[in-house]
Design a protein around this ligand. Structure first.
Ligand code: PLP
Length: 461
């Protein structure tokens, strides 16, 4: 295995930091201006991009965007999946503008509501649906429903999962196997072990043991972990998970907010999963904030009395702007025109080519890294393929991340922050992927070059 020379890495990173600052005077100026935003940004994570300050974007279209300094980028981040269908889709822009002129929100169903319910049922295979504003919201509502239906207090999640800013899911295992707050959590209402059990992904014996006391309302799971790199399920994992849930009376919630990348019906469609609840957010609105959750007919009929009551507005589920006409118009325009089987038939081969390119580079220099792919999403990680979240978390490398992200950004490529992930939209083309492979090869070549120079036998004099 090729080791990384840390001193050399620090030098390369410093060079890229300087190059970033030099190339973006306008973004720097905007970042330096005194303003009224906490941290200078509308949402705190926007400070976590690589580089001394966040880029300010001017315009985005399809798979590309331009920043305020006039630099063009290939966007493999796509708003961390929010813009997976591509930026500024004409169908979405037209539908939004037409609906905005007709009225945005009334707390009444609009004419698009029934179409949206039908399409979600057709795509994802569950017959009963509700809308939410974000996937976080949808997960919160589903957890509440699951507790209501089972009368059980707890939730089971997989270590290093991410399901949005859901209190129950900000739990991890410490070195002694205790459930503790995820590093970085602020203001947790109670200790997470009061609400949450945590086990490792792919550990069926641990799932079995956690569900045996029958105090868990639901398992909240992504079909493959996507927020700590991509961690794929072992063969048979999902069948066994379903069986253990059935046997212990535990509901199964499958959160497909990111794994929609697997195909037009998500991993549920591709792999034939059978969730009780299904959560989808981000991409379905073409960039508009909107999410949805589906459920089986049985769950739907059990919930009917609860949501039919006169006090449903204080049930803890729903929201004033939820299901508004603009959000419904966005979902209809997106799902009727993009993320179709034909789109995936182009997007998946692009992700395969991206994966092959990265793999060839890391194999070529003998780095023991991996590239995992799920449908049109691919990601490299600084270890051999992990089987669970804690294996993956053990290889987080902030220095390497910062260097590789900045190196790419300085050459016109945006990767997803906090990850090394690339997502393909219907608007990406082979040239975008080839450019990434070329830039990645340059970055890795520079990273390992001095070691090769040092280890080369001396020239005969
Ligand atoms: C699997 C999963 N579920 C839910 C969410 C939350 O989505 P949002 O931030 O739009 O609420 C995310 C966000 O990354 C996610 O990855």
């Amino acid at each position: 295995m090729t080791p990384i020379d840390r001193t050399h890495l620090a030098r390369l990173r410093a060079r890229e930091e300087q190059r970033f600052v030099d190339a973006h005077p306008r973004s720097a100026e905007l970042a330096a201006a005194p303003g009224h935003l906490l941290g200078g940004v509308p949402m705190a994570w926007m400070t976590r991009w690589p580089g001394a300050f966040p880029l300010v974007f001017a315009e985005a279209s399809g798979a590309h965007f331009r920043d305020v300094d006039g630099i063009e980028y290939i966007d493999f981040c796509l708003g961390d999946t929010g813009a997976m269908a591509g930026h500024a889709l004409p169908a979405v822009a037209d539908a939004l503008s037409a609906q905005a002129r007709r009225g945005i929100t009334t707390m009444l169903p609009s004419l698009d509501a029934a179409w949206v319910g039908d399409e979600l049922a057709r795509r994802f295979g569950l017959p009963v649906w509700q809308l939410a504003m974000t996937a976080t919201d949808a997960n919160r509502f589903v957890l509440r429903f699951a507790r209501h239906l089972t009368g059980r207090p707890k939730v089971l999640v997989f270590d290093w999962c991410y399901h949005g800013t859901v209190d129950e899911a900000f739990a991890t295992l410490d070195g002694d196997g205790r459930v503790v707050a995820r590093p970085g959590t602020i203001g947790a209402p109670i200790e997470p072990d009061a609400t949450t059990k945590v086990v490792q992904f792919n550990d069926l014996a641990a799932v079995e043991a956690a569900l045996a006391p029958r105090d868990v309302a639901c398992v909240l799971a992504e079909p493959a972990l996507t927020n700590i790199g991509i961690v794929l399920p072992d063969p048979g994992f999902h069948e066994a998970l379903r069986e253990i849930c059935d046997r212990t009376g535990t509901l199964l919630v499958i959160d497909e907010t990111h794994t929609l990348c697997a195909g037009p019906g998500g991993a549920t469609g591709e792999w034939g999963l059978r969730p009780d609840f299904f959560v989808i957010g981000k991409a379905i609105g073409g960039g508009m904030p909107v999410a949805a959750y589906g459920m089986t007919a049985e769950v739907g009929s059990l919930l009917a009395p609860a949501i039919g009551g006169t006090e449903v507005d204080t049930s803890g589920v729903g929201g004033t702007l939820t299901g508004n006409a603009l959000a419904l118009a966005a979902v209809r325009a997106t799902l009727s025109t993009t993320l179709t089987a034909d789109d995936f038939a182009r997007m998946v081969p692009l992700a395969e080519a991206w994966t092959d390119g990265v793999q060839e580079v890391i194999d070529g220099v003998g780095l023991a890294w991996c590239v995992n792919r799920l449908g049109c999403r691919a990601e490299y990680w600084f270890c051999p393929p992990p089987r669970n979240g804690s294996d993956a978390a053990a290889s987080i490398d902030a220095e390497l991340d910062a260097y590789l992200h900045l190196h790419a950004l300085n050459r016109g490529i945006l990767m997803t922050p906090f990850h090394n992930m690339a997502l393909m939209s219907p608007a990406h083309v082979a040239g975008d992927v080839e450019r990434h492979t070329q830039v990645f090869a340059e970055a890795i070549g520079e990273l390992v070059q001095p070691l090769h120079v040092v280890s080369r036998p001396a020239e005969p004099s």
